[in-house]
Design a protein around this ligand. Structure first.
Ligand code: ZN
Length: 345
């Protein structure tokens, strides 16, 4: 792979013929076979757009899932989707209507075979696939089975980890090169993350021989997250609690958001021995980054991570943005990485 190989965090906007736009939990525009076809078409479209933009690692853009957590849960038995309840998630940062765990958790079938196989068939580049992490899943469902207390949360996380592991091994068999678990909850529950979150993550990645990654972040650029960020003070040091535990873990790549964030860049030093996905694209702003801004962010990160371990990435998913802005940001990402390569040479 080339130096500074670029990739997206995970999600991309859904075309307006597939689902409602600029929403985190959009309604689909079709149903049945027509919906399946539309999901596949949108996946193909974004594979092409990422390649045309010049990205090095290609993702499915999460076109076939309504939301990054609930997409996985739809194939899990033991969950009641009929009776959703309102729950404050991410430590009550915002309310969401969430399904309830009501029985033993089982995987009823493949979750993402269609997207992974499309990806593998339609690009020769490396492909990355994202799954929600166990701790973040636990924070996005209501527990009516495991006891509802802390011990129950840990038990439920380990049960989800076993199911995630099943799907991850199948994705690897589909030809996926990098499997990334998304754990935005790690920044919210730092101590629990270091205590059992990382352990659950390692269970989810058990036996994988492809590259393993974790994406932690401060969330999509939606109002509730932007408000939360203003409450975090001058320096965002949340990663400090979990990075040492991740450094000791078997997970190989870790992401953090760097551009327009108050994360002190030197926290990267806590990830010695890991590949670092450096967020160089702001997902909370419609302004398209210039190649110079991106190369500058890469340059600052290089103080703390070796160049062959640095992967320029988006701060988070681009799902709630407009399609035109997302396309512009993809092109900027590739151009910024190219400029950084030139500067270094
Ligand atoms: Zn994110």
């Amino acid at each position: 792979m080339s130096l500074f190989s670029t990739c997206i965090a995970g999600s991309l906007p859904k075309p307006e013929w597939l689902a409602e736009t600029q929403k985190l939990w959009p309604q689909w525009k079709a149903s049945g076979d027509a919906l399946q076809q539309a999901k596949a078409d949108a996946t193909l479209l974004w594979i092409k757009m990422q390649e045309d933009a010049g990205l090095d690692i290609i993702g499915d853009g999460e076109q076939a899932r309504q939301h990054f957590v609930h997409g996985f849960l739809e194939q899990v038995g033991g969950i009641d989707f009929e009776h959703k309840v309102k729950m404050g998630i991410r430590d009550n940062r915002y309310d969401a209507m969430v399904p309830q765990v009501v029985g033993p958790l089982t995987l009823e079938g493949r979750v993402h075979a269609m997207e992974a196989q499309l990806l593998r068939a339609h690009t020769h580049k490396k492909i990355k696939f994202t799954l929600p992490g166990p701790m973040t899943i636990v924070d996005t469902v209501a527990d009516s089975f495991y006891g509802g207390d802390k011990a129950g949360r840990v038990k439920m996380a380990m049960a989800f980890a076993a199911l995630l592991n099943q799907e991850a091994l199948a994705l690897q068999a589909d030809g996926v090169d990098i499997i990334q678990f998304d754990e935005p909850a790690f920044n919210v529950y730092g101590e629990d993350a270091a205590d059992w979150g990382v352990q659950a993550l390692e269970q989810a990645a058990l036996g994988l021989t492809c590259t393993t990654a974790v994406h932690i972040c401060y969330g999509y650029g939606i109002q509730a997250n932007n408000d939360w960020k203003t409450s975090l003070g001058q320096e965002w040091r949340q990663y400090e609690k979990v990075f040492p535990a991740l450094a000791k873990s078997s997970i190989q790549q870790v992401s953090l958001e760097c551009f327009h964030s108050r994360v002190p860049m030197d926290l990267i030093a806590l990830l010695a021995g890991k590949d670092v996905m450096v967020g160089v694209i702001d997902v909370a702003s419609e302004t398209i980054e210039t190649p110079e801004e991106i190369a500058d962010t890469i340059g600052r990160a290089l103080q703390f991570v070796a160049k062959d371990r640095l992967f320029p990435c988006t701060n988070c998913g681009l799902a709630p943005m407009s399609r035109a802005v997302a396309e512009g940001k993809l092109r900027a990402l590739a151009q910024g990485a190219a400029l950084a390569r030139q500067r270094l040479a």
